[in-house]
Design a protein. Structure first.
Length: 223
């Protein structure tokens, strides 16, 4: 696998060890913080290039105006939608991305999340990736947290932690890192959910871009 520097036979052992150490330290994270599947989808698109606090403010705006539904948002123009999601940043771009998803949902699936999610996982992922503005991380977030499919979500925290622990080198692609987890761990929705959330927690609290707190991190023993 391109960019992987840890020997293959050690990968599974280390990845399982990471999960055990993080879960023992932090406990269950109970992600994703969305009450409905559509809220998860909207949140996955809105969280691109911003923090979750800003997304929460945008979600609250939509809820306040009773617009947090496929029909409610589909009936808005991109300009109107942008006004409601302004706190999430890049609101004009994100409004267009949300509209692209909604247009596909209504044009091909009658506006039904159920109909969309009837697809086999690989075909559903391909469908999501074909929608303008939905990349691999967003697609996998929708699959894992919205559709409850056993796929692993890779983000900047994942890359940083793997790099600092010598599991990856250079600049491996998203699919290479995703495959590392998919090939070495049991494909379990709950575990993948927790693992991604635990990486986010470790990245925010300890594995910082500057001045990482390796000595205090639950993963410090693996260095």
């Amino acid at each position: 696998m391109a960019g992987m520097v840890l020997p293959s036979k050690k990968q599974r052992e280390v990845l399982k060890g990471f999960y055990s150490a993080l879960f023992s330290s932090f406990g269950p994270q109970r992600w994703w913080p969305g009450r409905t599947r559509f809220e998860v989808i909207a949140g996955a698109i809105l969280t691109q290039n911003t923090n979750w606090g800003n997304v929460e403010r945008a979600i609250r705006n939509l809820k306040r105006h009773r617009l947090l539904s496929p029909r409610g948002m589909h009936d808005l123009s991109a300009h109107e939608l942008a006004g409601h999601i302004r706190p999430a940043g890049y609101f004009n771009i994100k409004a267009k991305r949300l509209k692209s998803f909604l247009n596909r949902l209504f044009d091909d699936y009658g506006g039904s999340i159920d109909n969309l999610f009837k697809k086999r996982t690989d075909l559903l992922r391909r469908e999501l990736l074909s929608i303008n503005g939905i990349g691999p991380e967003t697609a996998d977030s929708i699959l894992l947290y919205g559709a409850a499919r056993p796929v692993f979500v890779v983000d900047a925290y994942t890359r940083r932690i793997l790099s600092r622990h010598g599991i990856i080198g250079g600049n491996p692609g998203y699919e290479d890192m995703r495959k590392l987890f998919m090939d070495n761990l049991h494909r379990d929705v709950r575990m993948f959910n927790e693992y991604h959330a635990l990486f986010v927690r470790a990245g925010k609290d300890y594995c910082k871009t500057k001045n990482p707190l390796c000595g205090k991190c639950p993963l410090g023993e693996f260095l």
